[in-house]
Design a protein around this ligand. Structure first.
Ligand code: GPP
Ligand code: MG
Ligand code: MG
Ligand code: MG
Length: 347
């Protein structure tokens, strides 16, 4: 029997075939179909698939709670919703890479950087987003929770866009003002731009598939998954500076982009007047010298160690949150599984 992950991956060609067939309904020309196939294969594959796989894993835990195993239908439905999250992720990443002026993603040039693609990438992102709703309609229209599911995806998308908005307006190009940053603002940004779609969404989908209707179960999941998502984005910010492109598949741009990242916020909490002045001078600039000057100040402040301490503390705090939660609402295993996938990650 193939692993959960392999079974999940094996479903991808079926998904693409489904989506391309769906284009026939719109009389799409062969060149459009070929373009869109390429956009899907380039952008939806190659990630860690933690988000998508978590729908399958979480449903398996929910079934086990009642002594049942995943049926073939269960696995297929969870896999389809998991791929919907991966489509949502592709829509976000194509767009985010344009907005962040990024160079590489998942070890290859960002889609918009392909010479024949450029700004066509924006429309590709829109098409990939709409595919989510085509799939939901095709497979879940007859389910009682269909409208809740559609609204869940819309609501989570909107939250992500609000997080992205604050991420962007807090980091204007050519206008560095470190006073704009704060940990409170940071927390809003990361919960909205990352935690809802990456952590709350997969578990909420699994709860729906399992037929859970109690709003308290969804609230409890959110109360744990938002802090977990915050921890995940802090790792992302750390790796943007300290991970190698070989490890993380992308070249960090947060310092150049003037981002309100965890590292700059921690630096501002610790810096002397002189160090603050140097940060003001060098942050948010494109030259390698400026970036190196910022990294040197991070080094003086011991930010690498501070991150490792934060990671240990955060693990303990989230473990405490999980243990204090009512396991009859949502089994603890779902949260521990998710944390296990990301704790001390290096990619
Ligand atoms: C991660 O930010 C957040 C997203 C990818 C959400 C984007 C949302 C949109 C509405 C487009 P990031 O820029 O730190 O991610 P990465 O480091 O992967 O570029
Ligand atoms: Mg980015
Ligand atoms: Mg971004
Ligand atoms: Mg990042």
């Amino acid at each position: 029997m193939a692993s959960n992950k392999q079974q999940f991956i094996d479903f991808f060609p079926r998904l693409v075939a489904d989506l391309l067939r769906d284009l026939d309904e719109f009389e799409a020309l062969p060149e459009s179909k070929a373009w869109i196939k390429q956009a899907l294969e380039y952008n939806v594959q190659g990630g860690k698939m933690n988000r998508g796989l978590s729908v399958v894993d979480a449903l398996a835990v929910l079934r086990a709670q009642t002594g049942a195993e995943l049926t073939t239908a269960d696995r297929e439905r969870a896999t389809i919703l998991g791929w919907c999250i991966e489509l949502l992720q592709a829509f976000f990443l194509i767009s985010d890479d344009i907005m962040d002026a990024s160079i590489t993603r998942r070890g290859q040039p960002c889609w918009y950087r392909q010479p024949e693609v450029g700004m066509i990438a924006i429309n590709d992102a829109f098409i990939i987003e709409m595919f989510i709703y085509r799939i939901l309609k095709k497979y879940f229209r007859a389910d009682a929770f269909y409208i809740d599911l559609v609204e869940l995806v819309q609501d989570v998308t909107f939250k992500t866009e609000l997080g992205q908005n604050l991420d962007l307006i807090t980091a204007p190009e050519d206008d560095v003002d470190l006073n704009r940053f704060s940990m409170d603002k940071y927390r809003y940004i990361v919960r909205f731009k990352t935690a809802y779609y990456s952590f709350v969404l997969p578990v909420a989908m699994a709860l729906m598939l399992a037929g859970v209707q109690n709003p308290k179960a969804f609230q409890q999941a959110e109360a744990i998954l938002l802090p977990l998502g915050e921890y995940f984005q802090i790792q992302d910010d750390f790796l943007d500076c300290y991970g190698t492109p070989e490890m993380i598949g992308k070249i960090g741009t947060d310092i150049e982009d003037n981002k309100c990242s965890w590292l700059i916020n921690q630096a501002l909490l610790l810096a002397s007047t002189d160090q603050k002045a140097r940060l003001h001078q060098h942050y948010g600039k494109r030259s390698a010298e400026d970036v190196a000057a910022v990294k040197a100040i991070y080094q003086e402040l011991g930010l690498e160690q501070r991150f490792h301490d934060y990671e240990t503390q955060s693990h303990a705090d989230i473990t405490g949150l999980i243990e204090a939660a009512d396991p009859t609402l949502v089994p603890h295993q779902i949260f521990f599984d998710f944390m296990g996938k990301i704790y001390k990650r290096t990619k």
